[in-house]
Design a protein around this ligand. Sequence first.
Ligand SMILES: [Zn+2]
Ligand SMILES: [Zn+2]
Length: 335
Amino acid sequence: MDDLTYGKRNKRGDWAPTAALQFAPFWTRPWNGRQIFGWLVGYIWPWNAFHMATALAYWAWIVPPTEVMQTLAWGWALRLYAANAIGIFVLYGAVELFYYVRRKQGNRFKYNGKFPADQPSDVFWFQSQNIDNFLRTYLVSIPLWTVVEVLFLHAFATGLVPGVSFADHPVYLAALILLAPVIHEAHFFAIHRLIHWGPLYRWVHSVHHNSVNPSPWSSLSMHPVEAFLYHAVAFWHLLIPSNPIVALFQLHIAGYGALNGHIGFDRLELTDERALDSHAYAHYLHHKYFEVNYGGDGVLPLDRWFGSWHDGTAAGDALMQARYQRKKARLNAQG
Ligand SMILES: [Zn+2]
Ligand SMILES: [Zn+2]
């Protein structure tokens, strides 16, 4: 595919899409039925459908029977860790293998023209972004993801939190499933904004931001505090009436879905004519500029409400520069 039909490449080899990033179309009046329908299809397919499929697969084959989960024990916790570790290895590893190791589409649609493997840096363990990110994923983030998972499954299994069944409340649970990505976005925005506060940024979140040019392994490369808060989004299902399968879906949107912001390519070419939209640009801009796009994919216009939106265009850039100048003036006035 010719990526220059969809965007432009600068002298450094960085590619950027021409089209501005958009929020979900129901935030713009007047409503356009066709646009909303198209957005809804993209909302469900393929990513959220994939997260639902993995949640159901876990429920069918990996999550142990209720009686087992009534007791906290290493056996079933390690089984869940193994499933998460293998699942992430397959999903993230596949994108890494085809697009970063074999580089099957070169740097077509790639926001940053360079590949992390070609840029050793002292900020990383062993000077390698890939090794550093990979180890943090397996030693820190997946264990804490599993801790969250074990705790909510245990809470449902013991009846500490009464679950709502699909047989009794199918419409309510279907609505909750549709809302789960919205919960994710609000939760992520809140904790992410929090850990961008100076002292917390330096202590916690700077670990994630070491990867200025993220690849899939960067997705879950986090400090333990961030890794726990991030996956704790599933605990909302202990506070609102819910069901363990829906909580698992919520957890998978976080764990497996972290990939999306860190794919590094705007589209993954599947055939000569077909490509998969990565939904990665908003979060890529966050890694590039730090102080924009704290939220996710624009389901909620949180960044617009809080004045930190960058839509990827020259106008978005001018807004960001103006904010930056105002902030500098404020800091100078104080100091
Ligand atoms: Zn950040
Ligand atoms: Zn990130």
